[in-house]
Design a binder for this molecule. Structure first.
Ligand SMILES: *Cc1c(COP(=O)(O)O)cnc(C)c1O
Length: 358
């Protein structure tokens, strides 16, 4: 990390905008911090990464990702503890997943020094932008796109890696109404479902608009082959509490994003002695559990919402309602424990928090 840090060229802004930032009134993604990181790959090597004032960039109209979509990203959060220290949640995991995504899209992997060293330096420089109010955070967005100025179809040879950051407010956890999507699919075996590829988001937009027009919040995606097994909800992993067990879809199909909120939830549950099963879950099993009253809780898990409780699931015109949240006994505790670790209120016994000052 030392050598990597020395390799970042830093140009500080002369006009910080942080005074305009009100941490009690955060509009996610409306304001970006003072600085951003840019690193280019060309002529077979990564050039020196640069941290510079946040701003626009210009681009050749034939830039390849605009046409063919070689673009991936990550979503990470940094948290401020009561003592003012700033820590990033599990960035090493995001770094590894980032390069798994890069490989699948025939893109150059980003070196650890640029990704991890860049995050650390950038967050430390802009730490006055990390809000301290409970439930808030600084959202970090690393992304990589192909920059060949060429509309011929071929694997790209030039890339740009960037990190931008925006404050995130406390997420209002209204329980969501889910549409079990049996027409469109998000991913299929052999495809790119496991990658955090921009195109996955593009392809999910229209099916989401369609169900939101009918009053639903998110799709529950079923597998692309049989439309039978549960995969994810919207852009989150999904959990169900059935009886005294917690179940979540297993990842071996390669069609589900390997989320670290998911992994963290499983770790916390198992540590409390709660049985967690990762396996195939058919929608019929959920319908059955709902009918017999053993479906106790259902929730999404992802960096943005952390835990998103589900109010109802609608499948083939029939609505299944979850018990009221006041009766939930599993997910609220996990959510609290996760928050306590992130804000430094409880011991970081799994080594999830990465200090930007150390
Ligand atoms: C990012 C993402 C998730 C959640 O992953 P986390 O690491 O928990 O943020 C789940 N599903 C999809 C499709 C995603 O893109």
């Amino acid at each position: 990390m030392e050598t990597a840090l020395m390799n970042i060229k830093i140009t500080k802004t002369t006009e910080s905008r942080v005074a305009q930032f009100d941490e009690n009134n955060i509009n996610f993604a409306r304001m970006y911090t003072d600085h951003m990181l840019v690193a280019d790959y060309e002529d077979g090597e990564w050039k020196t990464a640069e941290i510079m004032p946040f701003g626009n960039m210009s681009m050749h109209p034939a830039t390849t990702f605009i046409h063919y979509g070689q673009s991936i990203f990550e979503g990470i959060k940094a948290y401020k503890s009561e003592d003012g220290s700033v820590n990033i949640f599990r960035p090493q995991d995001n770094f590894e997943r980032f390069n798994i995504s890069a490989k699948r899209m025939a893109m150059k992997e980003v070196p650890e020094g640029i990704f991890m060293g860049g995050l650390k330096t950038l967050v430390d420089m802009d730490k006055d932008w990390v809000p301290a109010v409970d439930g808030t955070s600084l959202y970090l967005r690393p992304f990589l796109f192909a920059t060949d100025e060429f509309i011929g179809v071929r694997p790209p040879t030039k890339f740009r890696f960037m990190i931008i950051m925006t404050p995130a407010g406390a997420y209002y956890n209204k329980a969501i109404d889910i549409y079990v999507q049996d027409k469109y699919v998000r991913a299929f075996p052999g495809g790119v479902g496991f990658a955090k590829a921009s195109g996955n988001y593009a392809a999910a937009m229209q099916p989401t608009v369609e169900i939101q027009e009918q009053g639903f919040d998110q799709n529950l995606w079923l597998d692309g082959v049989e439309r039978k097994y549960i995969e994810e909800i919207g852009t989150m992993n999904v959990f169900f509490v059935i009886g005294d067990k917690v179940v979540t879809p297993s990842l071996e199909s390669g069609t589900i994003l390997n989320g670290f909120t998911r992994a963290s939830v499983m770790t916390l549950l198992r540590d409390k002695g709660i049985e967690v099963e990762e396996r195939k879950i058919s929608i019929d099993e959920i319908v059955e559990a709902s009918a017999t009253g053993t479906l106790k809780e259902a929730f999404g898990a992802g960096t943005a919402a952390v835990i998103a409780p589900i109010n109802s699931l609608t499948y083939k015109g029939a609505k299944m309602s979850l018990p009221p949240q006041e009766e939930w006994s599993v997910s609220p505790g996990v959510k609290q424990e996760l928050a306590d670790i992130r804000y430094g209120r409880s011991e970081d016994k799994y080594n999830w928090m990465f200090s930007v000052e150390a």
